[in-house]
Design a protein. Structure first.
Length: 137
């Protein structure tokens, strides 16, 4: 019984007569950045994508021939965007952000002489650009 009373007196005295202390938290400063990012409101995507079509114009292992093909296409169609992707060992050149297959077919028929092996590919595309109206029309 004596040990229990001694323990009780020891714990009660430390609670009643305990000393005040300071707690210092040491942490990595990047934690605040992570917490801030986690709580941040995420805006909508800058370039929303939709299901659409592109024309695969060209593919080759040589990057310079890819750039030549891109320049040839750009000379005739400067308003149509081109996209180059690399999947080892080939570079692929695709063009356009067409919503319908009919739009892609129209351009494909026009470039058939320049790129006879071109074909239409279904993939995620960027929203087509809106043309601004000219003033005075």
């Amino acid at each position: 019984m004596k040990p229990i009373i001694i323990l009780f007196i020891f714990f009660s005295s430390s609670i009643l007569f305990g000393q005040a202390g300071d707690v210092k938290i040491i942490k990595d400063r990047r934690i605040n950045n992570l917490v801030g990012r986690q709580g941040a409101i995420v805006p909508p995507a800058i370039n929303p994508e939709i299901d659409g079509y592109r024309i695969q114009l060209f593919f080759d292992t040589d990057r310079t021939s890819m750039n030549d093909a891109r320049a040839t296409f750009f000379a005739k169609y400067p308003r149509i965007d081109t996209y180059t992707t690399y999947k080892a060992p080939n570079f692929f050149l695709r063009a356009g952000d067409f919503r319908t297959r009919l739009e892609a077919e129209k351009i494909k028929s026009e470039i058939n002489n320049l790129f006879p092996t071109s074909f239409i590919v279904k993939e995620k595309v960027n929203l087509p650009r809106l043309e601004k109206e000219k003033k005075g029309s």
